[in-house]
Design a protein around this ligand. Structure first.
Ligand SMILES: [Zn+2]
Length: 364
């Protein structure tokens, strides 16, 4: 099994196209052709984690946070990021990041957090918009079936409990092939008339890249014309955060104790709930304070996340129980999530969880 096989497996689960524009997911250090000895899973890449990989004979670290996040201008070992990269390269250890793409999928980071808390009926808190694109293209009529099938296989035409959704309208087209071209029909220099179908298909955002490749590969024309239009439908399967319910309603005090136990935190910064009772809970692993408005809009009794600013707590005061449990603490279950996924798909090498606590913040 090679690193490129693991990359494919992880990206089938959490496609790179779902990462945020500022992010840097995927293989960051290493060669896809290298054979895997074993995989070490961690939230962060630190010097301790790389040493652990060396001692435990793992030649790839799959981490949630990308070690290379901003542009690197030098590799002199002046800071921990540079030292980690140098250490990884010297010891033939590949580094892979699965970050906001894993935050965005159903069953991702926030779902692992919700599961640990025992939430029921979990749904995405803030569905991604646009969740879908519309692909518009023109195909010579006798190729419509072939192209449509290739697009369906790549994920086009799928929405909710429906698949193979497409709209077709017939029309006439013309083109003239110029010198240097290799037209699929007719001769260079002559005006050609053709009968075409205009094909319109809905495409889930996570399939956009694959569908585009399938279009280019299956379409008979040398120059394929197509357009992507943003659709207003939001996806229920893609987005940040989770909302669900506790099995039984808890008082604020009991809920705080539950959070402390589940996430292993000694101190929580929080507001009080509106009615001193919590049943409906929203949460987001990592820095999720931007989703507070969604949690309030969906009538959550509580919202749990991390990296909340002082002023944000005022927005929650007397409205919702808002709790900051710490960044590492909120995402710690992601290690088990990634480990379980790789183990369920690959059985021919060991997948091990880091024993290093990478959290740089200490609460005393
Ligand atoms: Zn994070």
């Amino acid at each position: 099994m090679k690193i490129k096989d693991l990359e494919k497996l992880l990206e089938d689960w959490a496609p790179l196209s779902l990462q945020e524009s500022y992010d840097n997911c995927g293989l960051l250090v290493g060669d896809g052709e290298t054979k895997i000895s074993s995989v070490l899973v961690s939230l962060d890449v630190t010097e301790e984690v790389i040493l652990e990989a060396i001692h435990r004979d793992a030649n790839i670290i799959v981490a949630h946070h990308p070690i290379i996040f901003k542009g690197l201008k030098s590799l002199t070992g002046d800071n921990e990021v540079e030292r980690c990269i140098i250490m990884a390269i010297k010891n033939d250890i590949a580094l892979y990041a699965i970050h906001t793409n894993l935050d965005s999928i159903s069953g991702g980071v926030s779902f692992a957090m919700g599961e640990a808390l025992g939430l029921l009926n979990m749904k995405i808190l803030s569905p991604k918009k646009p969740g879908f694109f519309q692909l518009v293209t023109h195909v010579p009529r006798k190729y419509t079936k072939i192209v449509s099938e290739a697009l369906f296989d790549a994920g086009a035409g799928r929405v909710g409990s429906y698949d193979q959704c497409k709209f077709t309208v017939q029309g006439n087209s013309s083109f003239r092939a110029l010198k240097g071209s290799n037209p699929y029909k007719g001769d260079v220099g002559n005006l050609e008339l053709a009968t075409e179908d205009r094909l319109e298909l809905i495409v889930p955002i996570e399939c956009k890249e694959l569908v585009e490749k399938a279009l280019i590969n299956s379409h008979p024309y040398e120059q394929v014309s197509y357009a992507w239009l943003e659709m207003s439908n939001s996806s229920q399967d893609i987005g940040f955060g989770v909302i669900g319910e506790l099995e039984t309603e808890l008082s604020d005090k009991d809920f705080i104790n539950k959070i402390k136990k589940v996430f292993g935190v000694k101190v929580i910064k929080h507001t009080n709930s509106k009615s001193n009772l919590v049943k409906r809970v929203a949460l987001c692993g990592g820095s999720g304070s931007e989703l507070l408005a969604d949690a309030i809009k969906l009538k959550s009794d509580a919202y749990i996340t991390s990296d909340i600013s002082y002023h944000r707590f005022f927005d929650a005061k007397k409205v919702i129980f808002l709790a900051d449990i710490g960044h590492w603490e909120s995402e710690q279950h992601t290690i088990q999530l990634i480990t379980d996924y790789i183990r369920s798909k690959m059985t021919n090498f060991a997948v091990i969880k880091t024993e290093s606590i990478t959290n740089p913040i200490i609460t005393s």
